[in-house]
Design a protein. Structure first.
Lengths: 75, 665
């Protein structure tokens, strides 16, 4: 039995990285990132994309010479 | 998952909307559409580099398809099936969901020929078969959008919770806000840029992960040896490995919970074989279920309807092929690494889509977790915005205009669309919370969706392609297909397991039975009924029954209606669509059978293919759109650097023909 355990221990080190020994699930309720990161991604990315894209639309209007607010203002 | 290609009248409808309903137009999520509308109406041109119109299309179209097709499930479930079945999982995930995009290209061109004025697929149903059929297929269409969106949130929220500790019910509720905000504020040109950005970010993370697994940290030989070692363990060894202190006495091992020991029903019990009974069964369910989500999902029709034919068919094909790399290469890397390393991932975690973040965390620590989170969010946002737009079109055109206000103006339709986007986003957050309470996870819902919507697929295909297809027959087929599928599923479950529980209902054999019955029984019923009571339908009359918002044809050019060009595009996509489909789901799997359990060299080749496909797709999807629009981009940049807007407008005019020549060449 001793020998068997040793064999397995060797397999564990060569295959499953040792830091996971004895863990019954990978995340075990512990999150690698902080909640703040979660809020930044979930809310921040949405807001950032909205701002970024709105800005691009503004730039396009301004520089493409098309209609919209810019041409109205300069008439 | 979403497709494209188009109908000239969609184009027309769109250009018309551009003039009268700029915001509604913005909600339309199709690149083609955007390009053509912009080209046709210079006064509403916003994006100089999209005004290159047709010359830009192929690469950008592909990019939009990829972004719409990439669900949370694409990123997460593909690795789950790799964790379960080995190499066959990623392959079947990718092949089983690529073929529908290719084949939808065929349907899209038919649509462009017979119903170019349509806004939604349900309008076509109504124009051909009347209101009873309209209500039936409207229900299936909305169900499809609801299932896809709730799955998106369910998978997304579970991953956000696992990675950041944010409550997943709260996350389910908050994620739609990003989509709502983005869709509402972004608008037409912005979603166009955003789709491109999403896709490039997804591919950047993808190639990072491939590189980490097969180039930087391990090699294909090492992964091969590890996978062999994993399946070589006896039950006792597994119990020791998965235990508190390395002895059998303290084990928490359970062979259905952890990946350890031989894989049941795989050749040699190995992960390294395509001869996997469960993998194949998953492949079949995947093919069947995805026909439902492509052909019954309005967002694909919307993109298809809006696009132009020629370069759009190319974009379709290219998009499908590039998309293949996402599940295939990602899961061949992260999914296989998870079992190779025997990470203590439980089947519950895997089913919730946590294999990729677990492996990424192992490989790169917090940075890896952050990358997966970012990638996932990109996928959720782009698909979520396409789904919200699809639902808002269905509600505004097929419910509001059809049953409540037939004379709705563009402005009213726009208002309804915007309300629906907000309401739908919030309801979906709520629904995914309910699903979570019921204990249904992403994997379960993914297999289940084909049972619910599969029975609408063949009737819809017949509607577009078969003049004898009967409307009454379609209604009977769709409903009885659904009833038969659910009955089969429940009966098969009680026969197989003795009792009906959520876990038992989620088993592969049971899901497969339900999925197959859904799609096949409805097809058979519709066929038999239509042979007995055929409709003698003249496709020429179809388009006339579809009402535009305003009686305006300005969006359509003669070129878009040219039957020869449409015929040519039809042949182009049909030939390639079917050939690639057969290669992917028949020839490739057959060729891999003689290999049995892969040798080290064969596996190295397989990995090389995954790496090459991943990098190739990333390069194409990132650079092709830039190259195609380089002339317009440089005009924009010059404009921004201080040249007057008139000059940049001239640049645009001068350069467009050049770009078109390049494209033709």
């Amino acid at each position: 039995m001793e020998a068997a355990i040793n064999t397995v221990r060797q397999l564990v080190t060569s295959n499953q990285p040792s830091e996971y020994a004895g863990m019954s699930s990978f995340f075990e309720g512990e999150a690698p990132l902080s909640q703040a990161v979660g809020y930044i991604v979930v809310l921040g990315f949405g807001a950032a994309f909205s701002i970024f894209t709105t800005l691009l639309v503004y730039l396009e209007r301004k520089h493409s010479g098309g209609g919209g607010i810019t041409s109205e203002q300069f008439k | 998952m979403e497709s494209l290609l188009s109908s000239s009248s969609k184009f027309q409808a769109f250009a018309l909307t551009v003039q009268f309903l700029p915001f509604l137009e913005e909600y339309r999520d199709n690149l083609q559409n955007r390009c053509s509308s912009l080209t046709s109406d210079v006064s509403t041109t916003f994006l100089p580099y999209s005004t290159a119109g047709r010359s830009v299309k192929t690469g950008l179209t592909a990019s939009v398809i990829v972004s719409q097709w990439t669900w949370a499930a694409t990123l997460l479930q593909s690795s789950n099936v790799a964790w379960k079945y080995g190499v066959s999982g990623p392959f079947w995930y990718a092949a089983g969901a690529t073929v529908q995009v290719l084949l939808f290209g065929v349907l899209a061109i038919s649509l462009k020929k017979v119903a170019p004025s349509a806004h939604t697929m349900c309008e076509i149903v109504n124009a051909r078969w009347g209101r009873t059929a309209h209500k039936t297929f409207l229900m299936f269409a909305i169900l499809a959008n609801i299932i896809v969106t709730s799955m998106l949130l369910l998978g997304g929220a579970a991953t956000v919770e696992a990675l950041t500790g944010m409550n997943r019910k709260l996350a389910s509720f908050l994620i739609p806000w990003g989509v709502i905000l983005y869709t509402a504020a972004g608008g037409l040109k912005a979603t166009f840029i955003a789709s491109y950005l999403h896709t490039t970010i997804i591919f950047a993370v993808l190639i990072t992960m491939i590189t980490m697994v097969y180039i930087k940290k391990y090699s294909s030989d090492e992964i091969y040896d590890f996978l062999d070692a994993t399946v070589s363990h006896t039950e006792e060894e597994c119990q020791m490995i998965f235990s508190t202190d390395g002895t059998v006495a303290t084990t928490f091992y359970d062979d259905t919970t952890y990946a350890c020991g031989p894989v049941p029903d795989n050749n040699s019990g190995s992960y390294l074989t395509m001869l996997s009974k469960d993998g194949l069964m998953f492949g079949i369910i995947n093919i069947v279920g995805n026909f439902g989500t492509v052909f019954v999902d309005q967002s694909y029709w919307q993109s298809a309807i809006a696009a132009k034919p020629t370069s759009a068919s190319r974009g379709y094909l290219l998009g499908g092929l590039c998309w293949f790399a996402i599940p295939f290469s990602l899961a061949t890397s992260l999914g296989l690494a998870s079992t190779a390393l025997m990470l203590p991932i439980t089947s519950g975690e895997a089913g919730s889509g946590l294999v990729p973040p677990a492996v990424a965390t192992h490989l790169m620590g917090n940075a890896g977790a952050g990358l997966i989170l970012t990638m996932l969010f990109m996928a959720i946002v782009s698909t979520g915005s396409a789904e919200s737009i699809a639902v808002s079109s269905l509600v505004s055109y097929d419910i509001y205009r059809e049953y409540f206000n037939p004379e709705a103006t563009g402005e009213q339709i726009l208002k309804v669309s915007r309300i629906v986007i907000v309401v739908f986003g919030l309801l979906m957050g709520g629904l995914s919370i309910i699903l979570d309470y019921l204990g249904l996870n992403l994997g379960w819902v993914y297999l289940f969706m084909g049972i619910v919507i599969g029975s609408a697929v063949i009737p819809l295909w017949n509607m577009m392609t078969w003049k004898k297809a009967s409307g009454t027959g379609a209604v009977i087929a769709a409903w009885s297909g659904l009833v038969l599928a659910v009955a089969t599923w429940l009966i098969a479950c009680s026969i197989q397991s003795g009792s009906i529980t959520i876990d038992n209902l989620g088993k592969n054999e049971v899901m497969l039975a339900g999925n197959l019955v859904a799609i096949l029984s409805s097809g058979l019923i519709h066929f038999i009924y239509s042979m007995m009571f055929p409709q003698d339908f003249d496709f020429e009359t179809l388009d006339a029954n579809i009402k535009l918002v305003e009686e305006d044809e300005s969006g359509l050019t003669a070129e878009d209606k040219d039957p020869e060009m449409l015929e040519e595009a039809y042949r182009w996509i049909t030939r390639r669509g079917w050939v690639i489909t057969i290669i992917l789901i028949v020839i490739w799997p057959l060729l891999s059978i003689p290999a049995g359990k892969f040798t080290k060299d064969y596996f190295a080749f397989w990995v090389l293919l995954a790496i090459a496909w991943g990098f190739g797709a990333a390069i194409v999807i990132t650079f092709l759109p830039l190259m195609e629009s380089s002339a317009e981009l440089s005009a924009t940049i010059k404009g921004m650097l201080g040249m007057s807007s008139n000059e940049s407008e001239e640049n645009y005019v001068e350069k467009e023909p050049l770009a078109e020549k390049v494209d033709d060449a």
